[in-house]
Design a protein around this ligand. Sequence first.
Ligand SMILES: N=c1c2ncn([C@@H]3O[C@H](COP(=O)(O)OP(=O)(O)OP(=O)(O)O)[C@@H](O)[C@H]3O)c2ncn1[C@@H]1O[C@H](COP(=O)(O)O)[C@@H](O)[C@H]1O
Length: 107
Amino acid sequence: MTEFTLTDLESIVARRATARPDESWTAKLVAGGQQKAAKKLGEEAVETVIAAIKDDRENLVYESADLLYHLMVVLKIADIPLEAVMQELQRRTAQTGLSEKASRQDP
Ligand SMILES: N=c1c2ncn([C@@H]3O[C@H](COP(=O)(O)OP(=O)(O)OP(=O)(O)O)[C@@H](O)[C@H]3O)c2ncn1[C@@H]1O[C@H](COP(=O)(O)O)[C@@H](O)[C@H]1O
């Protein structure tokens, strides 16, 4: 079991965001702005979906890693700490996904 966590990745992204764009993909994404970074996140999401639909386990792992990394960059540019996402996920543990969805349906 790896000890590497998304919090570790968040720290790496924060550190590399301040590097020179010509020596860091993270810095290049950050310098390019949210529109480009979010577009890249969307591309990685599509690649993840394709791997899932093809039942391509190896690529699903690879693309999921790309997806999570690019999500961390987008959150960094938006100045949203991973902690905020984890808090929201924790809040949702109080109910099932289906009951939450039902609570949002129009009467
Ligand atoms: N986890 C990642 C990570 N995942 C993906 N990528 C980069 O994201 C880019 C994706 O670009 P592309 O889609 O064009 O490349 P691709 O996915 O291989 O191409 P396709 O075949 O999918 O189209 C590649 O350059 C990858 O290297 C990442 N770049 C950095 N990190 C982490 O960030 C750290 C710092 O990296 P730098 O900021 O580059 O120093 C690294 O040590 C890693 O821990």
